[in-house]
Design a protein around this ligand. Structure first.
Ligand code: GDP
Length: 193
């Protein structure tokens, strides 16, 4: 069974996106400990599941220690199941992500989302960043270019359309994500999906 890892901190719109992808309402888990038994959801193909994993970083009502443990759990899960994982989808809030990254970047600090993206690349899982809530973003190209810059992807974002997928999950505008994922599945020889 193959997996698509879906990662993102709370409130980025992960449940909304899951509902679009699976065609039914889902409740994603953001509670501490959820990664010990991650939620799996059927996707359009019987041998394919979506695995919901919490992102790193701030979660309301979760202590620093619990956050660290969640992070360790996510890393362990992804490393352990990297062979099954065809694609990782990292969901971010397009309106907030640059501010959050810049606020948490310093001489001794790497923002969680940047760290998570780098980790997924290191493990060798093709990663798509689903940049959600684009309906709230006015300066679309500028914002997406900034995101590429922060993630270490050189050049204009249009060069990274299999990695950067601007979406508005709430309105069901997820074409960019679906084609990016399909592109990676194609590269993995999974045209049957
Ligand atoms: P989760 O915690 O990541 O599962 O996030 P939810 O799916 O529960 O969404 C969090 C909030 O963001 C809700 O109020 C959603 O209605 C809102 N939201 C989700 N997707 C979008 C979007 O594309 N645009 C806007 N403006 N809001 C969205």
């Amino acid at each position: 069974e193959y997996e698509i890892f879906l990662l993102g901190r709370s409130n980025v719109g992960k449940s909304t996106l899951m509902a679009e992808l699976t065609g039914h309402a889902v409740e994603t888990g953001q509670r501490p400990g959820v990664t010990q038994a991650p939620n799996h959801f059927d996707w359009t193909h019987p041998s394919m599941v979506l695995t919901d994993l919490p992102g790193f970083g701030f979660m309301a009502g979760v202590s620093e220690a619990d956050r660290e443990r969640i992070k360790t759990d996510v890393i362990q899960y992804v490393e352990r199941y990297a062979d099954h994982g065809l694609v990782a989808v990292l969901v971010v809030d397009g309106k907030a992500v640059i501010d959050i990254i810049d606020r948490h970047t310093g001489p001794d600090e790497v923002a969680h989302v940047v760290e998570l993206f780098a980790f997924l690349q290191d493990v060798g899982i093709p990663t798509v960043v689903a940049v959600n809530k684009m309906d709230k973003v006015d300066d679309r190209d500028e914002r997406l270019n900034e995101l590429c810059d922060r993630l270490g992807l050189p050049g204009p974002w249009q060069q990274w359309q299999d990695t950067i997928a601007p979406i508005t999950a709430k309105r069901g505008s997820i074409d960019a994500l679906e084609s990016a994922v399909r592109e990676h599945l194609h590269e993995a020889g999974r045209d049957d999906v």
